[in-house]
Design a protein around this ligand. Structure first.
Ligand SMILES: [Zn+2]
Length: 98
C-alpha cells in the first residue's frame, strides 16, 4: 500500500501575505483581512524599487489581497490550493508598516 500525504490550504488559512526585497531580504507583511493595504513602491530599508506607481502589477497585488479576503468566506464550496513543500521556511528581517 502506498500512502500519499497532500497538504492543502484554503484562502481563509492565509493570515499574512509578505513581500521580500531580493536585495536586502527585508519583508513587508500584510494581513489580508485589513480593510486597506498600503503597498510601497520602494523597499523601506534599501530603497530598491518594487513597483511602478499605478502599474498593472501594483494594482494586481492590491486586488490579490482583496480577493484573498473575499474568497476566504465561500458559501457552498471549498477553494483549496496544494502546497509543494510546506516544510520550507525562510528567516528574514521584518519591516513593519508605519
Ligand atoms: Zn531592500
Amino acid at each position: 500500500m502506498t500512502v500519499e500525504t497532500r497538504t492543502t490550504i484554503q484562502l481563509g488559512d492565509i493570515t499574512e501575505v509578505e513581500i521580500e526585497c531580493t536585495k536586502c531580504h527585508a519583508r513587508i507583511i500584510w494581513n489580508p483581512r485589513d480593510a486597506d493595504h498600503f503597498i510601497p513602491l520602494l523597499c523601506k530599508k534599501c530603497d530598491t524599487p518594487f513597483f511602478i506607481r499605478n502599474s498593472q502589477e501594483h494594482r494586481d497585488l492590491l486586488q490579490l489581497l482583496s480577493l484573498i479576503n473575499t474568497y476566504s468566506h465561500t458559501g457552498n464550496y471549498h477553494l483549496r490550493f496544494s502546497l509543494g513543500n510546506p516544510e520550507a521556511t525562510r528567516s528574514c528581517p521584518i519591516l513593519t508598516k508605519e
